[in-house]
Design a protein around this ligand. Structure first.
Ligand code: HEM
Length: 476
């Protein structure tokens, strides 16, 4: 370790600190932060990893030094799958894809009633699917994934799929399978020589094969359908696009017509952008909704308060709408508190540095991985007092209004901040309101609360659990 690198614990040759880290290293990071300060460094295998802790440091890096810290690092597995689209892309191509995508999402009415109506149609199907379980003990994760991704389907493809549509289910299964494999492949990112071992011990080939199949069985046919429709004259440039792919294809035509050279708005990037929105939007929202249900089961009084607010503001049967949000601060506070305590995206996406940089008195070399630990801000006891307790009231003032806290950063900060935040907040509001309006959530067996332990993967998700969603009408 050269003297000007951020300080850190002593490490072993070749493997560095890998043996000291669990699947969920956040507790270990808290200990090292205490010992070495807000910016410390580790070696994961041969890669230097710089860990950023606390709101001030994360903001300093991702906002004040955004030019340096907004790139993704070079990683074996992500470079193998894609260097296009948004999530794992960097440089001018990332900038253009992100900008065009956000513009399109806005033009489609993100945050407005038109967008909301499609979402509510899906929520209503979801409530029916949960109702079919008739209050029996069940694991809702599969239905939730399908419903969450159906919302993205409405936005991207302009249609939803039945819960048993084979290619849709196959696509979702392949995403799950890849997340599972990514845990072992991750090791190759840090010990690159492992990739030369024979066979497919770390599943890199399997992941690549799955990605190709995902594109072939689901995404490419959907994109092709749009291209065929447009060629057949179903869509003209004067018409308003009503889904992401149509709007993006229109943008491609515009770029070609204006001769903007060389634009990265093309069909190849469309495929990767669509794939990114799909994967990023499905997994995060599924984990968050599962955490919300889990915390409601653990906190029946919170559930009762949410139900009372829902009954008072929208009644027992009408669906929620965007205008209800301002009057339902307790439900909103419950969602915010879950986003804070569960921190589903906290360890997911690494940053890098554009070039070797000086930061807070230390040198960060060009090939370092930078980890902004959102958890360190979301669970900072100096900010929240009792961060490990689930307490929606912390987001409410004495008049019941919502309190905004700068340190609430589950969607990260700066130029890479989640572009789906608006969609996510709206979607969670509709799902949570509708679910509590129709069901009381109880443990699978009376008196046996499901575990609050989580699994750290692409997101931080609850360990599988069963529950009972008892229809409210059936209760005394
Ligand atoms: C509760 C739900 C969600 C949470 C907690 C969440 C959180 C995050 C976080 C922490 C990042 C990493 C930012 C960084 O690199 O610093 C991210 C990136 C991203 N999210 Fe989300 N997200 C959610 C929902 C969504 C949805 C619904 C979409 C799409 C419709 C989406 C699309 C993306 C994309 C495309 C990126 C990559 C941005 C970039 O690299 O420029 N997310 N999200």
């Amino acid at each position: 370790r050269s003297s000007n690198l951020p300080p850190g614990p002593p490490s072993l040759p070749l493997i560095g600190h890998l043996p000291l880290l669990d699947q969920d290293p956040r507790a270990q990071f808290v200990t090292w932060r205490r010992q070495y300060g807000d910016v410390f460094s580790l070696y994961l295998g041969s890669r230097l990893v710089v860990v950023l802790n606390g709101y001030d440091v994360i903001k300093d890096a991702l906002v004040k030094h955004a030019d340096i810290f907004s790139v993704r690092p070079k990683m074996f597995i992500t470079d193998l799958i894609t260097q296009r689209g948004i999530v794992f892309n960097s440089g001018p191509s990332w900038k253009e894809q992100r900008k065009v995508s956000i513009q399109i999402l806005r033009s489609l009415g993100m945050g407005r009633q038109r967008f909301a109506d499609n979402m509510l149609a899906e929520v209503s199907e979801f409530v029916k699917a949960v109702g079919k379980k008739q209050g029996q003990a069940t694991d809702l994760s599969k239905v939730i994934i399908v419903s969450m991704s159906n919302n993205i389907c409405s936005v991207i493809f302009g249609r939803r799929f039945d819960y048993d549509f084979p290619n849709f289910l196959r696509y979702l299964d392949l995403i799950q399978e890849n997340f599972h494999h990514l845990r072992s492949t991750n090791l190759v990112n840090y010990l690159p020589w492992l990739r030369f071992l024979p066979g497919d011990l770390f599943k890199a080939k399997k992941i690549l094969h799955n990605v190709q199949e995902m594109n072939k069985c689901f995404l490419i046919p959907q994109i092709q359908r749009h291209i065929d429709n447009q060629n057949g004259g179903d869509d003209t440039d004067n018409e308003e696009s009503d889904d992401f792919i149509s709007a993006y294809l229109k943008q491609i035509r515009k770029e070609k017509a204006t001769g903007n050279a060389p634009s990265t708005v093309n069909e190849e990037n469309l495929l990767w952008v669509v794939s990114d929105l799909f994967v990023a939007g499905t997994e995060t929202l599924t984990s968050t909704l599962l955490w919300i249900i889990l915390y409601l089961i653990h906190n029946p009084k919170v559930q009762d308060k949410c139900f009372k607010e829902i009954s008072d503001v929208i009644g027992r049967t009408s669906p929620p709408s965007l205008r209800h949000r301002q009057d339902m601060t307790y439900v909103q506070a419950t969602i915010l508190e879950t986003l804070r305590i569960a921190d589903v995206g906290g360890m997911g996406l690494q940053h890098g540095v554009l070039r070797t940089a000086e930061f807070r008195g230390c040198t960060i070399p060009r090939d370092a991985i930078v980890l902004p630990i959102l958890h360190s801000a979301l669970h900072d006891s100096a900010v929240w007092g009792d961060p490990e307790n689930f307490r929606p009231e912390r987001f409410l003032d004495s008049a019941g209004g919502l309190v905004k806290k700068a340190e609430f950063i589950p969607f990260s900060l700066g130029r890479r901040q989640c572009p789906g935040e608006g969609i996510a907040r709206q979607q969670l509001f509709f799902y949570v309101t509708s679910l509590i309006q129709h069901f009381r959530f109880l443990p699978a067996e009376d008196g046996q609360l499901p575990s609050l332990d989580g699994i750290q993967g692409f997101t931080f998700s609850p360990a599988p659990f069963c529950l009972r969603a008892v229809p409210r009408d059936d209760q005394a």
